[in-house]
Design a protein around this ligand. Structure first.
Ligand SMILES: *[C@@H]1O[C@H](CO)[C@@H](O)[C@H](O)[C@H]1NC(C)=O
Length: 313
């Protein structure tokens, strides 16, 4: 069964590719076949072939839809390659063809995430990550563009390690800040060295990336760590600002200290106000809850003192 939508869509696209004959740096996935597939030029998902068939390019997406097990496809020189590719696999740049996937089986976050150059180094705002011994030193500011899917910035994503692939191999980077919240205009905004690795030294501009969450810890060590927010008071029993890092990819959603629910700031840290009661002694307990329903608890005496905000450069 061949859908008219994809036939017209890919047909027109192929004609354009033939006529333009120059390298098209595809930025976004195009919708095809009534939203059932996404596709773009100049890319491939190498390997993982089920089989291939010599058919017109406009039939390749619908053949994948109608082939058991097919999740991805590519089309080169008159041949349609049907593939079964693991979820979240980024596309590779490849001259002269096109690639696509069945919606829902493509790069996590949908691919098509806008990657941009932020600055040579991060600043003291944003997520206010604590100073420490970082195992991951690449860094990004995370936005809220639609293409990020479930990785649109929310407080619990501060300090998470994301895998960012802009077609030159995946980089793992700490979410150190936010960019253009409440607008769809920012995807991942990279510090200088991260941008250069992700783009093979392109000058600052816009690249197309796929983004996924890892369970890697940003700081050395395997255990979750409680921290006092950098530059916050550490000996005030009436008031404390605390956060959790090294969560192994778990996204924190709430926190309670001595029965007081933390008020969450946009930097991801939780403010606890005893409202006149000295509740936050060194023996007090703080419990961080994660989106997956699990939790970690600490005594305040075990919460680390961060010093200043970590600057990634
Ligand atoms: C803590 O709460 C009290 C009211 O219960 C309020 O007056 C005070 O300003 C709060 N402190 C901070 C730092 O928010």
């Amino acid at each position: 069964m061949i859908s008219k939508t994809i036939l017209i869509c890919i047909g027109t696209a192929l004609l354009f590719a033939v006529l333009s004959m120059e390298s098209v740096d595809a930025q976004e996935w195009n919708d095809g076949d009534g939203g059932k597939i996404k596709w773009q030029f100049e890319c491939d998902f190498p390997g993982n072939d089920i089989r291939n068939e010599k058919i017109p390019g406009e039939q390749c997406g619908s053949l994948c839809i109608n082939t058991n097990g097919c999740s991805h496809f590519s089309y080169f020189h008159g041949v349609c390659y049907l593939k079964k590719v693991p979820n979240g696999t980024p596309r590779q740049p490849a001259a002269g063809g096109l690639c696509g996937f069945i919606t829902g089986s493509g790069p996590i976050g949908g691919g098509g995430v806008k990657g941009t150059y932020w600055a040579e180094q991060s600043d003291a705002g944003g997520c206010q990550m604590p100073q420490g011994d970082y195992a991951v030193t690449d860094a990004i500011a995370l936005g809220q563009s639609q293409e990020l899917g479930n990785l649109k910035w929310r407080q619990g994503l501060c300090g998470q390690v994301l895998r960012v692939d802009c077609g030159n191999g995946a980089i793992e980077a700490v979410v150190a800040s936010t960019c253009n919240l409440n607008s769809g205009s920012c995807g991942v905004d990279m510090i200088g060295k991260t941008w250069r690795k992700a783009t093979s030294n392109k000058p600052p501009g816009i690249v197309d990336c796929s983004v996924s969450l890892t369970n890697r810890n940003p700081l050395q060590g395997n255990d979750a760590l409680c921290y006092y927010r950098p530059n916050s008071e550490i000996n005030n029993n009436y008031y404390a600002i605390l956060g959790v890092v090294n969560t192994g990819g778990r996204i924190s959603s709430s926190a309670v200290a001595s029965g007081v629910t933390g008020r969450r700031n946009n930097d991801g840290w939780f403010e606890f106000n005893g409202s006149g009661k000295p509740l936050f002694t060194k023996d007090a307990q703080v419990v961080f809850r994660y989106e997956d329903g699990s939790s970690t608890s600490f005594r305040l005496r075990d919460c680390r003192i961060a010093g200043q905000v970590q600057i990634f450069k």
